[in-house]
Design a protein around this ligand. Structure first.
Ligand code: B1M
Length: 215
């Protein structure tokens, strides 16, 4: 039953059927399936299939947009549930997070932001296509100790390096730890650009942020 429901959610993402995605996600929640299971085992695999179909020319931009819209609507339902399950009292630190300049992919970054917030971090989400100056200003204004940079395009990964260089240029590098992520990003890339850590997914991002905050 649970597996059928999760497969139905995945298929609805692939079809870009947002009504069915939201209705099935609600049904899954009501039947006791944890929100993170719905995200990781149904929504994300659906987005992966859509990406593969786009890569091989079977899907086009409108298909990506419809799938993204379906996932975003489902996330609106699931995010409050995620937060409700992981209430913490004491703030674990302030994080400034965004998708780098030139890149408008927001779903993964928002999921990471939600999970950090659900785990006690004070999160300032700057959104997508964020200019370097805006990140520097946010770090100064909030006194953040962590900066999270998401990039989904091979062409925008370089912006993560540029942000790190700009933080150093502004004398802010020693104040913050920088974590990077996104589908084309790797641990090797993170080391190459002098980031303090890389996480593959939202759960890994929470583990990493906790480690960086404690170091
Ligand atoms: Co675009 N896109 N897209 N897209 N898109 C990809 C990324 C792509 C891999 C598709 C493909 O070709 N197979 C490809 C990139 C190729 C490359 O460079 N390697 C691609 C392309 C080419 C493009 C355009 C250039 C297409 C065009 O216009 N011709 C264009 C670029 C626009 C731009 O940014 N300037 C474009 C546009 C779009 C839409 C706007 C239509 C839409 C985004 C809508 C939105 O976000 N509101 C979109 C989508 C939906 C995708 C795919 C299908 C799905 C992305 C997604 O949301 N995944 C994607 C294919 C794919 O990734 N399989 C694709 C679900 C999400 C939960 O996962 O974002 O990976 P993800 O986040 C994960 C981890 O990566 C990690 O944790 C998250 C949760 O587990 N993570 C972090 C992410 N950030 C992190 C930060 C951290 C730590 C972990 O620390 C700070």
């Amino acid at each position: 039953m649970a597996i059928d429901l999760l497969s139905q959610i995945t298929a609805s993402i692939v079809d870009g059927d947002s009504d069915l995605t939201v209705a099935s996600a609600k049904q899954a929640l009501d039947s006791g399936i944890e929100p993170m299971i719905i995200i990781e085992n149904a929504l994300v695999p659906g987005m992966r299939v859509v990406g593969e179909k786009f890569s091989c020319g079977e899907y086009f931009l409108p298909n990506l947009i419809m799938a993204a819209n379906s996932m975003k609507l489902a996330m609106q339902l699931l995010e409050p549930e995620l937060r409700a399950r992981q209430q913490t009292v004491k703030s674990r630190g302030t994080v400034v997070i965004g998708t780098v300049h030139g890149d408008i992919h927001e779903i993964g970054k928002s999921l990471v932001a939600t999970m950090l917030s659900a785990n006690g971090f004070d999160v300032h989400d700057l959104g997508v296509d964020v200019p370097i100056d805006k990140i520097l200003s946010a770090v100064k204004e909030t006194g953040a100790s962590l900066v999270g940079l998401s990039s989904l395009l091979t062409t925008t990964m370089i912006m993560q390096k540029k942000v790190i260089e700009a933080l150093a240029g502004a004398g802010l590098r020693s104040q913050v730890k920088v974590m990077v992520g996104g589908a084309p990003v790797s641990r090797k890339w993170a080391a190459e650009i002098g980031a303090d850590g890389y996480a593959e997914d939202a759960i890994g991002a929470v583990d990493l942020a906790l480690r960086l905050a404690a170091s």
